[in-house]
Design a protein around this ligand. Structure first.
Ligand SMILES: NC(=O)CC[C@H](N)C(=O)O
Length: 198
């Protein structure tokens, strides 16, 4: 792909603008996505942070859940941060009973895993495959990955224990919010994944 890939940002809820700006910095064309027709037109998608229960509800209401699953099954690259990570999990813990996910990554993700004492915090994180030193990890009522299946590559873990970044094929997920830091390396990494696939 020589021209810039078109990357949608799921715009039902959450920090859409920040991701769109980070994608633009990473040389992608960003577009907000609210309808299935819009989803059909993008090369890849970012699912932002926000509230996964609300996002799930709105995705069902807007008729996006099934098209999202179909595009993921067809290999569309997707990056999910925080609530977006939850949306990409095949299985979640501590979700709402009626909460659905898009799925695609063979992992079990626990919502709000860091608990009350640690609802929001920041920590430097070494991410596999990312040059230039650790990223500044911003965690806001963040999930962690409780377990992963064989095909999932662990890219980062806190204290060698809590998994906070994973990749499975063309799907990427982080517990933290790189879009809030001004460091666009994660978005660039994702846009490179999109280019590599084209
Ligand atoms: N910053 C976030 O995206 C928080 C995620 C939120 N706790 C959820 O369950 O969806």
């Amino acid at each position: 792909m020589t021209s810039s890939p078109v990357v949608g940002v799921l715009a039902l809820q959450g920090d859409v603008r920040e991701h769109a700006m980070a994608l633009a910095e990473a040389d992608a064309v960003a577009r907000p996505i609210r309808r299935p027709e819009e989803l059909a037109e993008v090369d890849a998608l970012v699912i932002p942070g926000g509230e996964s229960t609300t996002m799930s509800k709105l995705a069902l209401l807007f008729g996006l859940m099934q098209p999202l699953r179909e595009r993921v099954a067809a290999g569309m690259p997707v990056y999910g941060s925080c609530a977006g990570m939850i949306m990409l999990a095949d299985k979640i813990l501590d979700g709402r009973d009626d909460q659905e996910t898009v799925g695609g990554i063979d992992m079990v993700v626990r919502r709000n895993a860091f608990g009350r004492q640690n609802e929001s915090f920041e920590q430097a994180i070494e991410v596999r495959g990312l040059d230039g030193g650790p990223v500044h990890g911003v965690f806001i009522r963040a999930p962690w990955v409780e377990s992963v299946g064989e095909g999932v590559e662990v890219l980062a873990a806190l204290d060698h224990e809590r998994i906070v970044a994973v990749r499975q094929g063309s799907l990427l997920a982080t517990s933290f919010h790189p879009e809030l830091t001004g460091d666009h390396r994660i978005h660039r990494f994702f846009v490179d994944m999109v280019r590599a696939r084209a």
